[in-house]
Design a binder for this molecule. Structure first.
Ligand code: SF4
Length: 120
């Protein structure tokens, strides 16, 4: 999301110029002008309101041309708050945990293959 993207290249107010221009995907973000405040929770937001807000934000993300770039940015930082690339912070934590598990798996694959050869 563009406002938060301003933090890590972009932690700047909406509409202000990006001094770095290192992440041009920001310029195509569908949430550039998030007047509704969909992407970050206000303080003390009730659960039902949060879920509804996040679903609405995800709908915006669904039509965003830079969804994947935004998502990878948020995963790489990692961004701890807000909806980025169609994922909430909790969903990003799940993705990152899966990636860490997958990264650890290649060490197990040769062992499994060897077992298969012995048994077969
Ligand atoms: S994917 Fe969603 S959060 Fe990311 S730039 Fe697009 S609209 Fe904003």
């Amino acid at each position: 999301m563009i406002r938060a993207a301003a933090r890590s290249g972009p932690a700047r107010p909406v509409g202000s110029p990006d001094p770095s221009q290192e992440n041009p995907w920001h310029t195509l973000a569908a949430c550039r002008r998030d007047e509704a405040g969909l992407f970050f929770a206000p303080s003390k937001e009730p659960t039902a309101a949060r879920l509804a807000r996040e679903e609405h934000a995800k709908q915006v993300c669904g039509g965003c041309p830079v969804l994947l770039a935004c998502r990878e940015h948020a995963l790489a930082q990692p961004e701890p708050y807000g909806v980025w690339g169609g994922l909430t912070a909790a969903e990003r934590r799940v993705v990152l945990a899966r990636r860490r598990r997958r990264a650890a798996e290649p060490a197990l694959v040769p062992v499994q293959r060897d077992r298969g050869r012995i048994a077969g």
